[in-house]
Design a protein. Structure first.
Ligand code: MIC
Ligand code: SF4
Length: 646
């Protein structure tokens, strides 16, 4: 069979299992990345496993999310992560180095290597041909300590590109157009693989933008081949030796194909409150805008920043607009400061932020009440900006910069084209923010924990009878931002699950915690795509802390489903969608003989309605054992893929 590149890379890394769609396999992980808001949990779990040495070729611990230091909590987390990196021999990337995905693309990701990251946008690395996957924190801790990661063999979705982008169009418009066509569930169970003659017109930073927002399609990963554009990028980054050509076999077979002519793509806009609520900018009319934010791991590359500079040159930010810009890395910030780009931004009236996630995760720059904020970011879920009633739109840096000048969401073609943006001949990557591992004998024996770093909640072995009330019934596409909200006041508590649990589901209902305390051992009922968005395992640990035993949904997002299993919470699926409609909040539910029935169809008795409901719980043998033992941590300590079983 002629193979896709995705299949080739999975095959190269296969440790156990069969490469058949839907089967669970274990793959070797070459590199990991963590960021601080998920990283503290990763390193607490790594400490609980306490390996003598790490099993990856390279593991990098970034600090880019919680960089606001309004008291001791965030800096204590940074110090803890640094001490864990030093103890276990990881590279520590200090705050200021930039956003993990941008920095990793520039300095560490390699074509053909596997990369697992505790952040859903890890597939950014697919832009240079890495097999890059986002996962929950515990999966990443296991990859560091044990070298493996389990996943279901995805199908492969070919996106066949022809043509080349017009002068006002950004790679962001490509992925927004794909989101418009396929929706936030469209990539579920797939690796998105980009092919076709249009490839050669796209640089690595443009490819990375497209792969980055593959996360919003729900895809397992996104992947470009490694070709002369990849070699060129690596040469400019001073690491041409990392280049390795990689491509699918000619005439490889794919499970699905989408054809896209890049020349036909127009400036696009994701409207509130979902990245797939996409229209073309020209379709929406003149929406006055109050805030424009440019940056994030999606669109903060050097060429993106220079497109913004060219639009701002000789112009002023509109009086009613606050324009904030966060360049993606220290390397980019330095280049902009050397070539005068920064001076142009400041001269136009932009507010320059440090190279970090910043407003993308609500770390500052919350919009005013009811404001319209236009962002070059990847997520516009309700409340994520820090202002519940703000309307967040997503667009390219070009559309953002033009709108900041115009005062309304405007098509960048209303201003003269900024011209093609060349990458610098030599990026001159900044290395001064990295702390590299020392010799094993010189490493510290202990980590440094501040008072806000609390132990993670203990998982429970599966009971034989599960009985509990429906604490909350939600609709489709409930995000991890709904389950465990994030903003500048909550992010400092990412190491403190008991505190965070007070805010569970706060964007949807005010009293989830009180409900959970009044009916211990409760359940959650939801519609399609439950747990979409972030990889944060906090969205499983918070319900675990509150005693939740199971979630019953029409379907689950990939990373969140695994996080639930890792935490010993059952991800149950309605066999018949009508049953979802019939269940009410407060109903008392029961499943008998759970341990014996696991992995088969389950019968749930709705005791309040005297009605039986058929559920399914498709599990691999490994997942079954993990649930029976009550969580992944203990299981992984001794498990060897394809080897002796626990
Ligand atoms: C996000 O963009 O939602 C985040 C914040 O980067 C998350 C990680 C987190 O919740 O800490 C992600 O994408 O996984
Ligand atoms: Fe950071 Fe935003 Fe990217 Fe998440 S999506 S890693 S918060 S920049």
């Amino acid at each position: 069979m002629k193979k896709s590149l995705a299949l080739k890379l999975l095959e190269d890394h296969l440790l156990a299992g069969e490469l058949k769609t839907g089967q669970e396999i274990a793959i070797k992980i070459d590199q990991t990345l963590t960021q601080d808001s998920t990283g503290t949990m990763v390193y607490l779990q790594l400490e609980a496993m306490d390996p003598d040495k790490i099993e990856t070729e390279l593991s990098v611990a970034y600090v880019d999310h919680n960089t606001l230091q309004s008291d001791y909590k965030n800096p204590d987390d940074h110090r803890f992560i640094q001490s864990a990196a030093e103890k276990y021999g990881l590279v520590f990337s200090k705050p200021g180095a930039g956003i993990c995905h941008q920095v990793h693309l520039e300095q560490f990701a390699k074509p053909g290597k596997s990369l697992l990251g505790s952040d859903s946008h890890t597939p950014t690395g697919g832009g240079l041909g890495a097999l890059a996957i986002g996962a929950g924190g515990l999966d990443v801790a296991v990859a560091i300590a044990r070298g493996y990661y389990y996943l279901k063999v995805p199908k492969v979705y070919q996106v066949y590109l022809t043509g080349s982008l017009g002068p006002h169009v950004n790679a962001k418009d490509v992925i927004l157009t794909i989101l418009r066509k396929l929706g936030v569930k469209g990539g579920l169970g797939y690796i998105m693989e980009y092919t076709g003659p249009g490839l050669k017109s796209l640089s690595v930073p443009q490819r990375a933008t497209i792969c980055n927002m593959g996360a919003e399609l729900g895809a397992t990963s996104s992947l470009f081949p490694s070709d002369e554009r990849t070699q060129d990028f690596l040469r400019r980054q001073g690491r041409e030796e990392d280049f390795r050509p990689l491509a699918a076999d000619p005439d490889a077979s794919y499970d699905q194909t989408l054809e896209l002519d890049l020349s036909e793509i127009k400036p696009a806009l994701a409207c509130p409150h979902s990245p797939d609520a996409v229209k073309n900018v020209e379709e929406v009319g003149r929406i006055p805008v109050n805030q424009v934010a440019i940056g994030s791991c999606t669109n903060s590359s050097y060429t993106d920043m220079m497109a913004v500079v060219k639009i701002l040159e000789g112009r002023q930010v509109h009086p009613d607009v606050s324009l904030v810009i966060s360049p993606g890395s220290a390397t980019i910030l330095r280049l902009l400061s050397e070539n005068g780009g920064l001076a142009t931004m400041i001269g136009a009236g932009a507010r320059i932020l440090e190279s970090a996630c910043g407003p993308c995760i609500g770390m500052g720059q919350a919009p005013s009440s009811g404001a319209v904020s236009l962002r070059s970011f990847n997520r516009n879920f309700k409340g994520r900006s820090g202002t519940l009633d703000a309307d967040i739109y997503l667009a390219s840096p070009q559309t953002c910069a033009a709108s900041a000048v115009l005062g309304y969401i405007g098509d960048p073609s209303e201003l003269p084209p900024p011209g093609a943006q060349e990458e610098p001949e030599n990026y001159g990557p900044v290395k001064s923010y990295f702390i590299y591992p020392t010799d094993p004998e010189n490493r510290p024996k202990a980590t440094l924990k501040g008072p806000n770093i609390k132990p993670f909640p203990k998982t429970r072995p599966l009971p034989s009878t599960l009985k509990g009330r429906v604490l909350f019934k939600g609709g489709d596409h409930i995000t991890t931002d709904d389950i465990c909200p994030s903003n500048a006041s909550l992010l400092p508590y990412r190491s403190n699950i008991p505190y965070l649990s007070q805010f569970a589901f706060k964007t949807l209902i005010p009293d989830f915690k009180e409900r959970a305390e009044a009916s211990p051992g409760g359940l959650i009922v939801a519609g399609d795509n439950y747990g979409q968005g972030s990889s944060r395992e906090h969205a499983a640990l918070v319900p675990l802390q509150l005693g939740v035993q199971a979630v019953i949904a029409l379907s689950f997002a990939r990373i969140h489903r695994q996080n639930l299993i890792n935490s010993g919470i059952l991800p149950l699926v309605f066999e018949n969608p009508e049953d979802y409609k019939s269940i009410n909040e407060g109903d008392l539910l029961e499943i008998k003989d759970l341990r014996d029935q696991l992995g088969r169809g389950l019968v749930l008795r709705n005791l309040s309605q005297n009605k039986d409901i058929a559920l399914s719980l498709p599990l691999s043998d490994r997942e079954k054992k993990v649930l029976l033992q009550g969580g992944y941590l203990n299981y992984a300590k001794t498990h060897v893929p394809g080897g002796k079983e626990n």
